[in-house]
Design a protein around this ligand. Structure first.
Ligand code: UFG
Length: 339
């Protein structure tokens, strides 16, 4: 019997971490989740063992690594609300930077040398130019972004000192849901555009506030690069394979390369589901850069990474069922086929 390659997934009960566990399992790895369930969901851990522990608990990490014969790590466990990070900076530095220290110590103590880090385009702050390349200066504008940059810098230093190798994956806006319906996006509180807009479209909440309509973009609303969570998950599997094959430490953007404004997202939701998104204009949200889009060429060259489901309508179509909405285009096509 072949033994699966056991990989530690911190934050494996969260939105992106759980999708990564599914992708890892499909690729022949055994994902071993460590998660304190502060924001994750135990029922999202379906593809391997679950250890209920905080990533800052170094001895729990060490025990898990030894018990399961872990060979590599994917590190998702972190707090990820930009606004909250402005209000509670110490909590963010403690959880995100502190979690990274604990994990590095556990890895150095057990001889683990390969780490895939969940990093963010928030490390770039408000870039002078888009699309953003990896050599765009990293100048975060909030504690969340700074905490992720600290994680990258710690890994860089430890790479030199301890022979660790890492892939820091700087994602743009993760969205969508598992196409087979096994996982979905469930944040509490929800702050992300797509789930909020789908909830507004299905009547589960009041009108969506469009934060800022006076930005220097096509229609005045903010532009973002939305990447399907399943594409992101595959990017992580490719990064794990790259490190396992001896690849040197690297930092890579993971995005679709295409920007969509808030108004374009609302129009696409109506096109896909048939339901208009009730909305009203609101003031700018502090800390929102006008436009963030990725140049993902390096990820393509380094990992062979290509997005497969990151067209905006595909993302919406996959996310809609978890908000009680259907892809109205499929129903129409079905009717036409039956006629
Ligand atoms: N938006 C609205 N109304 C809402 C919610 C969002 O207009 O009710 C707008 C925001 O202003 C922004 C866009 O929709 O322009 C996307 O906002 P999200 O909150 O969905 O995502 P962010 O771009 O703020 O955040 C994402 C990740 C963070 C990461 C950040 C980097 O969720 O983890 O990108 O900028 F740090």
């Amino acid at each position: 019997m072949t033994r699966l390659f056991p990989i530690l997934v911190t934050g494996g009960a969260g939105f992106i971490g759980s999708h990564a566990c599914k992708a890892l399992s499909l690729a022949g790895y055994l994902p071993v989740t460590v998660d304190n369930l502060s924001t994750g969901h135990a029922d999202a851990v379906k593809w391997g063992p679950f250890v209920n522990a905080d990533v800052r608990d170094q001895s729990a990490l060490g025990e898990t690594i030894r018990e399961h014969g872990i060979k590599a790590v994917m590190h998702f466990a972190a707090s990820a609300y930009v606004g909250e990070s402005v209000d509670r900076p110490v909590f963010y530095y403690d959880n995100n930077a502190g979690g990274m220290i604990s994990l590095i110590n556990a890895c150095v103590g057990t001889g683990i040398e390969q780490i895939v880090l969940s990093s963010s385009c928030a490390t770039y702050g408000t870039p002078a130019d888009c699309p953003i390349r990896e050599n765009t200066p990293q100048a975060p504008i909030n504690p969340y972004g700074r905490s992720k940059l600290m994680c990258e810098e710690m890994l860089r230093d430890c790479s030199a000192a301890h022979g660790l190798r890492f892939a820091a994956l700087r994602y743009f806006n993760a969205a969508g849901a598992d196409p087979e319906g096994e996982l979905c996006e469930r944040h509490d509180p929800e702050t992300h555009l797509l789930p909020l807009a789908l909830q507004a479209a299905s009547g589960q909440r009041g009108p969506l506030q469009v934060f800022g309509t006076d930005y220097p973009t096509r229609d005045g609303s903010c532009e973002r690069d939305y990447i399907h969570v399943s594409d992101l998950a595959r990017g992580h599997v490719l990064a794990a394979g790259y490190l396992a094959a001896g690849g040197p430490s690297t930092a890579l953007n993971l995005g679709s390369g295409t920007g969509h404004t808030v108004f374009e997202v609302l129009a696409a939701i109506q096109r896909v589901t048939g339901a208009p998104v009730p909305h009203k204009q609101a003031r700018r949200r502090p800390g929102d850069p006008p436009s963030l889009t990725a140049d993902a060429t390096l990820a393509s060259e380094t990992l062979g990474f290509r997005t497969e489901r990151s067209g905006l309508e595909q993302i919406i179509s996959d996310a809609a069922p978890s908000f009680g909405l259907a892809d109205a285009r499929k129903a129409r096509d079905g009717r036409h086929a039956a006629e």
